[in-house]
Design a protein around this ligand. Structure first.
Ligand SMILES: NC(=O)c1ccc[n+]([C@@H]2O[C@H](COP(=O)([O-])OP(=O)(O)OC[C@H]3O[C@@H](n4cnc5c(N)ncnc54)[C@H](O)[C@@H]3O)[C@@H](O)[C@H]2O)c1
Length: 175
């Protein structure tokens, strides 16, 4: 996947991490699809993003353009099919192997073969999560693992504690 081809980023899970990741991606000019199973979580995420963006803007840590992008480029939804057209999908659902596997299995079906699937897991092996997406006997397994591991690095660049401006450079370095 050529980094310049990334236009849309899916973020799955709109909790603490997913909302921050969505904010950073949008502030850097990407279209974002933020998905959760809980509408209340999506509503909280948008309110939190709005508050955070306004605060960063008032401290001149976000430009007018970044603030406007962060506030206008995030669409929310309850259905994973909304991220079917994303070139990069970052999973930030609850820390459960079963939940993450079911999300990745579905993402594998929905997204293009060269889409990058990333996990924000803090303690679960990326290999174990990615194993849910592929037939172990298939050559696709290697590609699926590679794209997940590579995207795991990308995720560090998306950490909401990072300077948003660093995101573009780090993604270039890690893909
Ligand atoms: N909070 C942290 O400081 C931190 C730091 C590093 C990594 N992480 C990791 O990031 C991930 C998310 O953590 P968090 O703190 O944001 O969790 P959180 O509980 O704040 O949010 C998780 C969200 O996932 C949603 N969700 C659950 N199942 C789903 C599904 N099948 N499809 C879509 N959405 C679903 C929940 O409704 C919830 O809104 C975890 O893997 C966690 O280990 C968290």
């Amino acid at each position: 996947m050529d980094v310049s081809a990334i236009q849309m980023i899916g973020v799955i899970g709109a909790g603490t991490m997913g909302s921050g990741i969505a904010q950073v991606c949008a502030a850097n000019g990407y279209q974002v699809r933020l998905i959760d199973v809980d509408q209340a979580a999506l509503d909280r995420a948008l309110a939190s993003i709005r508050g955070s963006v306004e605060k960063l803007h008032s401290k001149e840590k976000l430009t007018d353009a970044q603030r406007d992008a962060a506030l206008s480029q995030i669409a929310t939804g309850l259905d994973l099919t909304d991220v079917g057209g994303a070139q990069l999908v970052i999973e930030a659902v609850s820390e459960s192997l079963d939940v993450k596997r079911s999300v990745f299995r579905r993402l594998d079906e929905l997204t293009a073969p060269d889409a990058i699937l990333a996990s924000n897991t803090s303690s679960i092996s990326i290999t174990e999560i990615a194993a849910a997406t592929v037939d172990a006997s298939s050559a696709d397994e290697v590609a699926a693992l590679a794209r997940s591991m590579r995207a795991d690095l990308v995720l560090n660049a998306c950490d909401p504690r990072c300077n948003p401006g660093v995101f573009g450079e780090l993604t270039l370095m890690t893909m």
